[in-house]
Design a protein around this ligand. Structure first.
Ligand code: PLP
Length: 377
């Protein structure tokens, strides 16, 4: 492949020396679970994202599971309570809800933002609705004043899935003042899976919250349910972040803004140059509201796979996020509550992700855009 979709070696190569120094620091520290590296990373995260509590955990799915479990332990959520979740998402958002014994209620996507359609929230509400889980998919903030008004009106909790959106902002801020994705609602989950905008060298995630009680419950649940040494308040889990990953992430976090800005420049090249009758470019929201975890175009009329194949023949890698929505996966088919989801189902047939990470230069993006324009579909 001349233009691979994603080369993680390239993503980390610019930071090779910084990462190596941080890894040596951990090796020499003799501290391989918890400790100063993890605490420093949590403090860094909480300062950068203007949120009072950050808890470093094992991965993004666990971050979501821990938030929901903690709300149950605190008596704010109970078995069978309903959580409004976008139908167009990675399956982990839904897995977290069912794993916690809660009921996901799928809400169709807005075809322009590809995120949860906030105009459909009111119709999805039932007496069991207790929470909303906005997913800032592809790096685009899923937040607007109507969502904020909806959750305030009905006293709902907001748990954000910010796995794809670290560093994205909503200019007027969320429920508790922070403008940062993951800190707009009551609690948010981050993923540092290696492909994410801030990627570890393995699995890692974090919980962000404005609620000190929730943070304490998450921290205990992630550590066998122990709130102090050999005292188990909850029947908990082991979902801690390794200090080695915390050290890697301390390096990566320093470069978050520059990395996201570079993604935005590549996205701008695509936005300026892609001009094909069958290809719809993604909407570009206000500055900072999109961190381009994926640059996702839509290809109409069942021609998505043909375009991907034609690009592959020219050495250009693409990917599909996601070809099968959660409600049509074998584990959930026929088992989730939802009305018709025509937008999410159409997106699954139309979306195509173009290379946008480090390793793809702006010149590469221009070449890829011209290749798309030259393909007869
Ligand atoms: C990656 C991702 C997750 C899960 O994160 P992991 O760290 O891989 O467990 C959850 N939700 C979304 C939208 C994701 O993209």
């Amino acid at each position: 492949m001349k233009h691979p979709f994603l080369d993680l070696g390239e993503v980390n190569r610019p930071y090779r020396d910084e990462l190596a120094a941080a890894a040596l620091r951990v090796i020499d520290s003799g501290r391989y679970v918890g400790g100063a590296e993890v605490e420093a990373f949590e403090a860094d995260l909480s300062r950068r994202l203007a949120v009072p509590h950050a808890v470093a955990v094992s991965n993004g799915l666990d971050a979501l599971r821990l938030i929901l479990r903690a709300y149950k332990e605190l008596g704010e959520l109970a078995d069978g309570d309903e959580v409004l979740v976008p139908a167009n998402t990675y399956i982990a958002s839904v897995l977290a809800v069912t794993d916690a014994g809660l009921t996901p209620v799928l809400v169709d996507a807005d075809p322009h933002t590809m995120n949860i359609d906030t105009a459909r929230l009111e119709a999805a509400l039932t007496p069991r609705t207790r929470a909303v889980m906005p997913v800032h998919l592809y790096g685009r903030v899923a937040w607007d004043e109507s969502l904020a008004a909806f959750v305030r009106r009905h006293g709902l909790r907001v748990v954000e899935d910010a796995a794809q959106s670290i560093g994205a902002r909503h200019a007027s801020g969320g429920l508790h003042g922070s403008v940062w994705a993951g800190a707009l609602g009551d609690a948010g989950a981050l993923s540092f899976y290696p492909t994410k905008n801030v990627g570890a060298l393995g699995d890692a995630g974090a919980v962000l919250t404005h609620d000190a009680r929730l943070a304490a419950a998450v921290r205990a649940l992630a550590n066998y349910g122990s709130d102090r040494r050999y005292h188990n308040l909850y029947a908990g889990l082991n979902c801690r972040m390794d200090p080695l990953q915390a050290a890697m992430l301390g390096v990566k976090l320093r470069h978050m803004e520059a990395e996201n800005a570079a993604r935005a420049r590549r996205a701008a090249v695509y936005g300026a140059l892609i001009d094909h009758p069958a290809v719809t470019r993604p909407e570009v929201p206000a500055d900072g509201e999109h961190v381009w975890h994926q640059y996702v175009v839509r290809v109409a009329g069942g021609r998505r796979d043909a375009l991907a194949a034609a690009l592959a023949r020219q050495g250009i890698g693409t990917d599909v996020h996601y070809a099968v929505p959660p409600h049509l996966q074998p584990c959930y088919r026929g088992r989730l509550a939802h009305g018709p989801l025509p937008v999410a189902e159409r997106l699954a047939d139309e979306v195509l992700s173009l290379p946008v990470a480090t390793g793809t230069t702006e010149d590469d993006a221009a070449e890829i855009a011209r290749a798309i324009n030259g393909i007869a579909l």
